[in-house]
Design a protein around this ligand. Structure first.
Ligand code: SAH
Length: 469
């Protein structure tokens, strides 16, 4: 190890910053957050520095650096754009055994400021010792996504309860097991759901319960939970940070056919993956069986992640699955995803609403549970229709659109495999829909967009193959 990591207590301790520009300002902000008292030596300072000085948080000690300013300081930072001056600060500080950081000059530094992920009280510092700053930055981005804001709340709650936990579990092993339960179980989960009072109550309950037996299985005495995740249309870049975290923490993943391999690749390596995909018409796994499997896994105390293409609540039967979970008392959380209509439209350059062409948009599906005799009612001037699962029924769809008064001259676009490398877009007029779909040999998954905005795919094309007309 090239550098020794340490967390320094700078509260009410003096730090000298030489330089008053934006780089110095960034360092000062960090130091102020840690409660340091800052002296700044600079000819000119930024507006924010000016405010800090006015408010008494920072002392402007002089315009020019002089060695005596280091007296009584615990740290020094040289952040001017004058390399000679920076070197002079570094030499003077080092001679006085004051740790010094010289911005952008690792050779002159006796300490470095790491990249920080701040979930106070949890603080994660990352460093490559200056060897590969980009790598540290990359690592920080990854870590930022892994630890959401609830870790701060969790840290604070555990800090408040620490004495009670110690008193309750005198033996280290018991304490460790208790913490593991809390961290893997509902306390952390409730904090993630912004239910702080419930989390605190759950922790109280856990503290008053008799400790679970000391065998191996006790680790999973928590009842499991299910996270319903919308994985978007395929491009892994379109999943949310919450989806990524859920995939990272999963014990078992139940996924549909529409969930892309690239998205599943982001999941924890040793999570068990179960494909419960269904093909329309050929139900590989009936819904009841999926529900039972989900329930069984959750009851084993596992963290179940139920992943669906797009969004779970848009033609995804997510509503039915959570009703089932609720009926069986299984806790759940829901992560929304980018639904196919939104994603396909964006990747085909089609604005679903547009001031000149479309004032509203409707998400509809060709297979509907429709009550007898109810009209289709897909008519509306200035509206866009995004039709899911529609292409196989092109002729039927076209006819019902005509019956509702849509003109044969209305533009349509079919987006096949939207957002994926093999995306294809076909545009035309409603009159040609059936022939075009056939000639194009459209395969699922494909989304049909009907309305004036569909024609914009031609001029707005930016992703994948150019649209076919
Ligand atoms: N819950 C999903 C929809 C499931 S229904 C969502 O929110 O997107 C399945 C239908 O969605 C498919 O038949 C197709 O019409 C559409 N679909 C899903 N992913 C798609 C993709 N990548 N490209 C085009 N259409 C897609």
């Amino acid at each position: 190890m090239h550098l020794f990591p340490l967390f320094a207590d700078l509260k009410d301790r003096r730090v000298l910053i030489v330089g008053g520009g934006t780089v110095a300002e960034r360092k000062a902000a960090l130091l102020l957050a840690a409660g340091a008292r800052i002296d700044v030596a600079a000819v000119a300072v930024t507006a924010l520095f000016g405010k800090w000085i006015e408010a008494g948080n920072v002392r402007h000690c002089a315009a020019a650096f002089d060695e005596t300013q280091l007296d009584g300081c615990w740290l020094a930072i040289a952040a001017t754009d004058d390399r000679v001056l920076n070197a002079r600060v570094a030499a003077a500080a080092t001679a006085r055994r004051v740790f010094v950081n010289v911005v952008d000059d690792p050779l002159l530094c006796t300490f470095q400021v790491p990249s920080i992920v701040d979930r106070s009280p949890l603080t994660i510092a990352i460093s490559t010792g200056g060897a590969a700053p980009m790598l540290a930055r990359f690592a920080r981005e990854r870590i930022e996504t892994l630890f959401d804001a609830s870790w701060g709340a969790l840290g604070a709650l555990l800090a408040r309860t620490r004495a009670r936990i110690r008193a309750r579990f005198a033996r280290v092993e018991d304490r460790r097991r208790f913490y593991e339960r809390v961290l893997r179980g509902d306390v952390a989960q409730l904090l993630r759901q912004q239910r702080d009072a419930d989390a605190e109550a759950a922790l109280d309950r856990a503290l008053s319960e008799t400790p679970p037996p000391t065998n191996h299985e006790s680790r999973i005495t928590n009842s499991g939970s299910v996270t319903l995740v919308g994985a978007g249309p395929g491009d892994p870049g379109l999943i949310t940070l919450n989806a990524l975290r859920a995939l990272n923490e999963a014990d078992v993943i139940l996924h549909d056919r529409l969930v892309s391999a690239e998205v599943l690749d982001l999941a924890r390596r040793d999570a068990e993956r179960i494909d419960v995909g269904k093909i329309v018409g050929k139900h590989h796994t009936p819904q009841a069986q999926i529900n039972e499997r989900m329930l069984a896994e959750a009851r084993r105390g596992r963290r179940v992640v139920r992943v669906k293409g797009g969004d779970a609540f848009i033609f995804g039967r997510g509503g039915e699955e959570i009703e089932f979970l609720r009926a069986h008392g299984i806790a759940y959380t829901i992560v929304p995803g980018i639904t196919a209509a939104i994603a396909c439209a964006a990747y085909a350059g089609i604005p679903l609403t547009h001031r000149d062409h479309a004032q509203s948009v409707r998400f509809v599906t060709a297979h509907r549970k429709r009550s007898e005799g109810e009209p289709d009612d897909l008519t509306s001037v200035g509206e866009t229709l995004a039709i899911y699962m529609g292409v196989a029924e092109a002729a039927m769809l076209r006819d019902s659109l005509y019956a509702d008064g849509w003109s044969p001259a209305t533009p349509f676009a079919i987006v096949e495999n939207g957002t994926r490398p093999q995306q294809r877009v076909l545009v035309g007029l409603l009159a040609e829909l059936v022939e075009c779909a056939r000639a194009f040999e459209v395969r699922p998954p494909a989304l049909l967009i009907v309305g004036d905005v569909a024609a914009l795919a031609v001029s707005n094309h930016w992703f994948g193959a150019a649209p076919v007309q």
